[in-house]
Design a protein around this ligand. Structure first.
Ligand code: SAM
Length: 281
């Protein structure tokens, strides 16, 4: 039973963490001419008007993208500046933040000739929204299960592949399912660059995913976490956002660390960023 709708959370601090990591990763991939196939296993709607009833219900973007957008004039970090430029290109009027783009947009804005994005979405209503979005040519929208679709689609015809796995974790077993899927996927495409998002919740459910990956035999798994609040002071809901990058491009960690030095103070006094290898080479 699918009830999660990302419109309620669009533009929150976890989206900024996830899409900044995705954007920086793609920037590195674009440095080489050889084409990349992108697979977005949990695509969502692709584009979110901030004025929608759903997004206005929680207004989570106010603790996420909004303070960064407001501070744009004083931002000097090169990654944050490029990311904000891209974000302004997604707006109807480049000076007003009225829309927040989802992962299919962040990937599609980088597609080159002969590159494709396969975006999976299982929820029929969300898939209909995705279908209605004006995205770049080369975006293939698939109504179906993204984890099964990923395993079926690998290996791809291009020399490189980049995957985003961004589940809603509505079912507790999804952490284990994601880990199992990664074992199959990496066996089929050992050099795939794979980004996986996970929430940091008081129940620590994400440990199932991290511990399964540590046991999996997969190497080169880099991990970063952006926390709005300290775990000890937080009893309910998501206090932090986690990203794993398997086979991260060289230099990604430093580039993100620079951006986070400027971003975290904008997200509040308790905001913290940390990054390290979960599994080294
Ligand atoms: N990746 C999107 C972004 O960054 O803008 C947000 C995705 S949202 C966190 C998760 C989405 O996955 C929801 O729209 C949900 O309907 C969809 N979903 C849940 N289970 C799925 C599955 N097995 N395959 C594909 N989509 C799924």
């Amino acid at each position: 039973m699918l009830s999660y709708q990302h419109a309620y959370h669009a533009g929150n601090f976890a989206d900024v963490h996830k899409h900044l990591t995705l954007f920086a990763t793609i920037e590195y991939l674009l440095r080489k001419a050889s084409p990349v196939t992108y697979i977005d296993t949990h695509a969502g709607r692709g584009f979110y008007p901030l004025s929608s009833e759903e997004t206005q219900r929680l207004k989570e973007y106010r603790d996420g993208v909004w303070p960064l957008w407001e501070a744009a004039q004083s931002v000097s970090d090169p990654l944050l500046c490029s990311w904000l430029d891209a974000l302004s290109r997604a707006q109807r009027h480049p000076d007003a933040l009225t829309h927040y783009p989802g992962s299919p947009w962040w990937i599609s804005q980088a597609l080159r000739a002969k590159e494709q994005l396969y975006g999976f979405e299982l929820h029929p209503g969300e898939h209909q929204h995705l279908d209605d979005q004006a995205l770049a040519q080369g975006v293939v929208r698939i109504h179906g299960d993204g984890l099964q679709g990923l395993c079926q689609r690998l290996p791809v015809a291009t020399p490189r592949v980049c995957v985003l796995i961004d589940p809603s974790y509505e079912r507790k077993d999804e952490y284990q399912v994601v880990a199992d899927t990664l074992s199959v996927a990496l066996a089929k495409a050992r050099h795939a660059v794979v980004l996986i998002w996970y929430p940091l919740l008081p129940a620590n459910n994400h440990k199932v995913l991290l511990e399964a990956l540590e046991r999996s035999g997969i190497r080169k798994i880099w991990r970063s976490e952006l926390c709005l609040r300290a775990a000890e002071t937080h009893e309910r809901g998501m206090y932090g956002s986690g990203m794993l990058v398997i086979n991260p491009p060289w230099g990604l960690d430093e580039r993100l660390a620079g951006a986070m030095t400027q971003l975290t103070p904008l997200l509040g006094a308790q905001s913290r960023y940390r990054a390290s290898w979960l599994v080294e080479e």
